[in-house]
Design a protein around this ligand. Structure first.
Ligand SMILES: *[C@@H]1O[C@H](CO)[C@@H](O)[C@H](O)[C@H]1NC(C)=O
Ligand SMILES: *[C@@H]1O[C@H](CO)[C@@H](O)[C@H](O)[C@H]1NC(C)=O
Ligand SMILES: *[C@@H]1O[C@H](CO)[C@@H](O)[C@H](O)[C@H]1NC(C)=O
Ligand SMILES: *[C@@H]1O[C@H](CO)[C@@H](O)[C@H](O)[C@H]1NC(C)=O
Ligand SMILES: *[C@@H]1O[C@H](CO)[C@@H](O)[C@H](O)[C@H]1NC(C)=O
Ligand SMILES: *[C@@H]1O[C@H](CO)[C@@H](O)[C@H](O)[C@H]1NC(C)=O
Ligand SMILES: *[C@@H]1O[C@H](CO)[C@@H](O)[C@H](O)[C@H]1NC(C)=O
Ligand SMILES: *[C@@H]1O[C@H](CO)[C@@H](O)[C@H](O)[C@H]1NC(C)=O
Length: 495
């Protein structure tokens, strides 16, 4: 404080007395403006006019840091000060040279113009930092990565995915992708670059970081089949299956709110074995699937397996072509109950495959099965169906047997709806009479081929036949029924 006041006082007094003697001109500073880090650069500083018989101290500083002396030289007789400097990061910035008269406090120090120095540091040690944390993402997540370098200045960055340039979302050393899709997965790399004097280019490649984009598991489907083991226990094999979702997926089976079982699968579906009691409602089941993003739910299904029960109804209708000719005939087979029925069709006691020359079978479980016949040469024979549980064929229920032949089909009359209405009263009467007769007949005899009329009447009494069937098709079909077999369970005991 005192010194500066002293200086100011003397400075002022000197200006008043003799300005030419006591003033130093500003020194001139020269040097390169761009230097590579670590290289030796030379800066020079000189006074254009050196005061006689004065020792002048020339000092090199950074403009904003006078505490750190970068170089110093004493010029006695106007020599040029040379500062050979190994360039370090702290040399970057505005340099200046300060001239001071060493033994003459009358002379004010002077400062050169600044020399702007750019220090190029070759880039090294580029690495990717995953800002968003995880390298395993789900579709729709956002990704933020950063390229950090251990050294290098100034640096520009570019981003590569699987070797290809990424243009969108890159800003400075950041890369942001808002909504990841599966195409955004891959191997990421950043390339940090800088150059010196346009000719020397420095590059640092980061190591590759693999970003995976997982598919969120879709809502699973739930279904079950029933199996019976050797000890006559029943099980439901419950299948949980999601159509999409990157594995591993954890499937959990719930009975209401209660976890029954869980498992993690690497591929495909999960199958849970659940103990089963037939003909009992065992609760409501749901599958849940999770591959890390959120839980996906299946619908609820009841776990209830009803074994098949009779009677098994067999009825039919037909298609009429031109001239009222019958061209097709459909038999329908239906069990009274059963959630997992297996239907089988027989002609002359021989099982029919699903498709033959003149027929095909359409299973519509659990309600029914349809045997579709095209009327032709070889349809003659006795037809019936059988129903058993799909998981257990120890109980087999047989329908009535129907005899069909071509002549009967060809003799099909024009629909006689009017006649039916006209004769309705008569028919009702006949039905009641034949009901009685039919029951008597069934009790008395095993008739292989009952006349159709009677058979149909009996069927009508038992509620197994539609009135329309009866009225329209009575001449088409002759029933061949073994009364004992009809609607009774032929239970063969398993060993
Ligand atoms: C220079 O300074 C020295 C001592 O400070 C002195 O002896 C000498 O006479 C001076 N020379 C001139 C020319 O002023
Ligand atoms: C300047 O002063 C220093 C001490 O302050 C002395 O060592 C030096 O010899 C002096 N130089 C001249 C030229 O007077
Ligand atoms: C910088 O480039 C110029 C030409 O563009 C060249 O004359 C000079 O030698 C280069 N300096 C260095 C240090 O490479
Ligand atoms: C850096 O990556 C670029 C582009 O993939 C490649 O051309 C260059 O050779 C790599 N450099 C190093 C040092 O790995
Ligand atoms: C699977 O069940 C076990 C208990 O049985 C439980 O500890 C575990 O957390 C479950 N895992 C999942 C993914 O629900
Ligand atoms: C489901 O829960 C009900 C009642 O909690 C239980 O009676 C039933 O046996 C359970 N079913 C299964 C398959 O665990
Ligand atoms: C079935 O038996 C009948 C005689 O009852 C016979 O006419 C017919 O050809 C047989 N059909 C087949 C396919 O065996
Ligand atoms: C019952 O099913 C088993 C296996 O499904 C089969 O081997 C067997 O022949 C079937 N029995 C009858 C009478 O259909």
């Amino acid at each position: 404080m005192f010194a500066s006041l002293f200086g100011v006082f003397f400075g002022l007094s000197c200006v008043c007395k003799d300005s030419s003697q006591s003033t130093l001109g500003p020194p001139l500073l020269f040097g390169p403006s761009v230097v590579l880090m670590g290289e030796v650069a030379e800066f020079t500083c000189e006074l254009p006019t050196h005061p006689k018989n004065e020792s002048i101290l020339l000092q090199l500083y950074r403009e904003d840091d006078r505490n750190k002396l970068l170089g110093e030289y004493t010029s006695l007789d106007g020599e040029v000060a040379v500062f050979p400097t190994v360039i370090q990061p702290h040399h970057k910035g505005n340099l200046e040279c300060v001239a001071k008269a060493q033994n003459n406090s009358n002379m004010q120090p002077t400062v050169s113009k600044v020399l702007h120095l750019k220090v190029v540091e070759p880039v090294t040690g580029a690495e990717i930092d995953v800002v968003s944390g995880r390298s395993e993402l789900f579709e729709g997540d956002s990704l933020e990565v950063r390229c950090i370098v251990s050294a290098g200045d100034p640096v520009s960055f570019k981003w590569l995915r699987n070797g290809g340039h990424i243009h969108h979302g890159a800003l400075g050393n950041h890369l942001m992708i808002d909504r990841m899709t599966s195409e955004d997965g891959g191997s990421y790399m950043c390339v940090a670059t800088n150059h010196f004097n346009e000719t020397q280019v420095y590059t640092s490649n980061s190591s590759e970081v693999v970003i995976t984009v997982k598919d969120v598991v879709s809502n699973p489907d739930i279904s079950f089949t029933v199996v019976k083991d050797d000890s006559h226990n029943y099980f439901a094999m419950v299948t949980c299956q999601s159509s999409s979702g990157t594995p591993p997926v954890t499937f959990s089976l719930y009975n209401g709110t209660q976890l029954v079982a869980n498992t993690t699968v690497e591929e495909g579906n999960a199958i849970f074995k659940v103990t089963l009691v037939l003909d009992t409602h065992m609760g409501w089941l749901q599958c849940q699937a999770d591959n890390g993003y959120r839980v996906a739910y299946s619908p609820w299904i009841p776990l209830e397996v009803v074994s098949v029960g009779g009677p098994v109804r067999l009825h039919y209708d037909h298609d009429v072509g031109e001239n009222y000719a019958v061209i097709g005939l459909r038999f329908y087979c239906q069990a009274t109950k059963g959630s997992h029925p297996r239907y089988q069709w027989f002609l002359n006691k021989t099982r029919l495959h699903d498709r033959g020359i003149f027929y095909y079978i359409v299973h519509q479980p659990p309600e029914r099965s349809i045997l579709q016949l095209s009327v032709g040469k070889s349809i003659a024979g006795t037809y019936n169906c059988e129903v058993s549980d799909s998981f257990d064929n120890s109980t087999t229920i047989t329908s009535r047997r129907w005899y069909l032949d071509r002549e009967a089909v060809n003799r099909l009359p024009v629909p006689v709806v009017a006649a039916v209405f006209g004769c309705f009263t008569v028919l009702v009467l006949l039905v009641f009479i034949w009901c009685g007769l039919g029951v008597l007949l069934r009790r008395r005899t095993y008739v292989e081929e009952t006349p159709l009329e009677m058979e149909a009447m009996v069927a009508a009494c038992e509620g197994e036949m539609d009135w329309s069937d009866f009225s329209e098709d009575e001449e088409v079909v002759k029933a061949a029924r073994a009364a004992e077999l009809d609607q009774t369970s032929a239970a063969s005991v398993e060993d």
